[in-house]
Design a binder for this molecule. Structure first.
Ligand code: CP
Length: 304
């Protein structure tokens, strides 16, 4: 199976991935874990920069006993530079590997790659569309930190328009009852029209805001996002909105004691560094969880 979007999963499939993620966390260094993917080769190809996703997928594969072939900076260092299509690239990788982890800047491109091969492809982020392993690691983090996935109030803040992490996490959280969403952004970065329609069609309980202050005390999860410079065609437009929402220690004082602050990372300046030592700052624990969830996803694509 390919993993292209969080929309593809049923609740029982998501629950199984979370359960297996917990097992991976507990058995990370067990000798048996290190044999689960013995003899398999995982290809990782990234046409966009990455620290967490690429290195944690590669670590996950190694922890499970697989070998890795890797193309980073693939836009310049693979034959895409010479004009090879994403479909032909996928055909080639499927000749050499048993599973492919792929990131690309273009919305829908990983699905195109997956359309030409039966070798499982995991979407590691395609433009502003989807980043399913991020959505699942966010969900795993919320479950670990809050102890539940229902009756939550979640505030996404920042670049709501371009956030593939939002588009990946929301479809997962709506599998569970009574979750409420706030989307907080400057007017230039509000939800895309088609995505607003999707949320309404699916009876998602959400409100759009351009002010953070009022909602802070209501939140169980404050999900900060980076304004994504690489998605802007005009740098002046980016400069205008880049500092719209910067979380300060005084904001954190308004959060519930039990709330958590998430961020997919990398952060630029949208969370003050002095917040890092607050127990509610869960973003580095969130990134760590990515390893266990990606181990679980590799096992899933191999039907193990
Ligand atoms: N969150 C995330 O996708 O980080 P990277 O871009 O570093 O992989």
């Amino acid at each position: 199976m390919h993993i292209l979007s969080t929309n593809q999963f049923t609740k029982s499939e998501v629950d199984a991935i979370l359960l297996r993620s917990g097992e991976m966390e507990k058995s990370l260094r067990d000798p048996k874990t290190a044999t689960l993917l013995s003899g398999k080769i995982v290809a990782s190809i990234f046409f966009e920069p990455s620290t967490r996703t690429r290195l944690s997928f590669e670590t996950a594969a190694i922890r499970l006993g697989a070998d890795i072939i890797s193309a980073e900076n693939a836009m310049g260092n693979s034959s895409a530079f010479k004009g090879e299509t994403i479909e032909d690239t996928a055909r080639m990788l499927s000749c050499y590997s048993d599973a492919i982890v792929m990131r690309h800047p273009t919305f829908g491109s990983v699905e195109k790659a997956a359309s030409v091969t039966k070798t499982p492809i995991i979407n590691a982020g395609d433009g502003a569309n989807q980043h399913p392993s991020q959505g699942l690691l966010d969900l795993y983090t919320i479950l670990k930190e809050e102890g539940r996935l229902e009756n939550l109030t979640i505030g996404f803040v920042g670049d709501i328009l371009n956030s593939r992490t939002l588009r990946s996490l929301v479809p997962l959280l709506i599998l569970y009852p009574n979750n409420k969403f706030y989307f907080v952004s400057p007017k230039e970065l509000v939800l895309a029209k088609e995505y607003r329609e999707y949320l309404k069609k699916n009876n998602v309980n959400f409100e759009e805001k351009n002010n953070l202050e009022d909602i802070l005390p209501k939140l169980d999860v404050l999900y900060m996002t980076r304004v994504q410079k690489e998605r802007f065609l005009n740098i002046a437009e980016y400069e205008k909105v880049k500092d719209s929402f910067i979380l300060k220690i005084n904001d954190v004082k308004k959060l519930k004691d039990t709330a958590i602050i998430l961020h997919p990372l990398p952060r630029v300046n949208e969370i003050d560094h002095e917040i890092d030592s607050d127990k509610r700052a869960a973003y580095f624990r969130q990134a760590q969880n990515g390893l266990y969830v990606r181990m679980s996803l590799l096992l899933t694509v191999f039907d193990l």
